[in-house]
Design a protein around this ligand. Structure first.
Ligand code: UDP
Ligand code: MG
Length: 343
């Protein structure tokens, strides 16, 4: 539809190596979509600079001065991929009809956007980009990713397998997302909670175009722990169940010990004793650790700190108007015409 305002939202952290190419390709894409009457010329390519240490923000400023279609948000400091993405989406929701989020490194095939838009036109509010294979990943990443999705499903977290943060969301879905006030963000677990009509678009994910991954193993692990503990309480339940199980074993051992005593068999028992002390000590520490993780989360949530702070916004577009008709106007209207409403 000609007047659909589309915002591409791209979080960027130290992406100077790839940004010019990304800008070129997205510009060409937008141009084609605008000419085909699929999206409005008011559409934007919104780069969110997540406290980069290189010249990323300078590049964004330059792009914005070339063409107003390039918009930029500069976060006050590095807040991580998820927070940067949320900052972009929450900013875009006041301007756009649909937002498409993607990484800045051109790994996601931008041609999948056409199909996403058609699905939106067909009535979908959320369209997930799902990669149809993991050929471009290392064996290690492939296996760990598969294990991660399986674990998440076990833990009762609903996720769309093999979809990252490449997705289309309508303004309605973005407004719903803005109602989620949590500070510990794991967007790909949160978005399916919105519900509404959804669909998937399959695409081939390529290699990073330039620069290096900002998700080394350490960050990937932290991200998956974040995903599990911010969306599921299963680990706590697991600890409780293990506790019950261990307690039952110790009961059985006690009965067995008494029976041995009655039979007159003396067991020297040092080894078993020391083993149980260590085992139980370990379990208790593990339990405290898991519970501590959740308490830490509660602590962070209770402070309700802002999830991002925007330093500068570069965008000439005007915010979408709120419905200018007030409730009082409608009441007055009904009152005026109450004669017509009589049946
Ligand atoms: N990113 C970010 N803040 C960070 C780390 C990453 O905004 O602290 C962005 C990064 O610029 C990229 C996206 O998140 O656009 C995904 O990162 P990357 O491509 O390095 O992850 P990978 O594809 O290797 O998992
Ligand atoms: Mg990448």
């Amino acid at each position: 539809m000609k007047d659909t305002i589309l915002y591409f939202v791209l979080p960027c952290y130290n992406e100077e190596a790839v940004l010019p190419e990304t800008a070129k390709r997205l510009y060409a894409k937008c141009d084609r979509l605008i000419k085909a009457g699929k999206i409005s010329p008011e559409s934007r390519i919104l780069f969110v600079n997540d406290g980069s240490k290189d010249s990323t923000w300078m590049l964004i400023e330059k792009l914005h001065s070339f063409r107003p279609i390039f918009a930029g948000l500069n976060l006050s400091r590095n807040r991580g991929h998820q927070n940067a993405l949320l900052a972009g989406l929450m900013y875009a929701k006041d301007y756009c009809d649909i937002a498409v989020s993607m990484d800045a490194d051109l790994q996601d095939d931008i041609d999948a956007v056409d199909e996403m838009i058609s699905k939106y036109e067909g009535g979908c509010d959320i369209v997930y980009g799902v990669r149809n294979n993991r050929d471009t990943d290392s064996w290690f990443k492939r296996t760990t990713a598969r294990g991660f999705y399986r674990l998440m499903t076990r833990m009762g977290v609903e996720m769309v397998s093999d979809s990252a943060d490449y997705r289309l969301m309508s303004r309605r879905a973005l407004l719903a997302l803005s109602e989620f006030k949590e500070v510990n963000l794991f967007l790909r677990g949160m978005v399916p909670m919105i519900g509404m009509k959804t669909d998937k678009v399959f695409y081939k994910r390529g290699e990073r175009f330039a620069g290096e991954s900002k998700y080394p193993l350490r960050k990937m692990l932290a991200f998956s722990i974040e995903g599990i503990t911010s969306l599921s309480v299963q680990p706590i339940r697991l600890i409780t169940n293990t506790g019950i199980f261990v307690f039952l074993i110790s009961l059985a051992l006690l009965i067995w010990g008494i029976m041995q005593k009655v039979r007159g068999v003396t067991v020297s028992g040092w080894a078993s004793l020391i083993v149980s002390i260590w085992a139980i000590g370990g379990l208790i520490l593990l339990g405290i650790g898991v519970i501590g993780e959740y308490i830490g989360k509660i602590y962070l949530e209770s402070k309700a700190r802002p999830r991002f702070i925007i330093d500068t916004a570069l965008n000439e577009a005007r915010k979408k108007e709120e419905d200018p008709i007030s409730v009082q106007d409608v009441i007055n209207e009904i009152r005026k015409h109450s004669g017509d409403l009589q049946i």
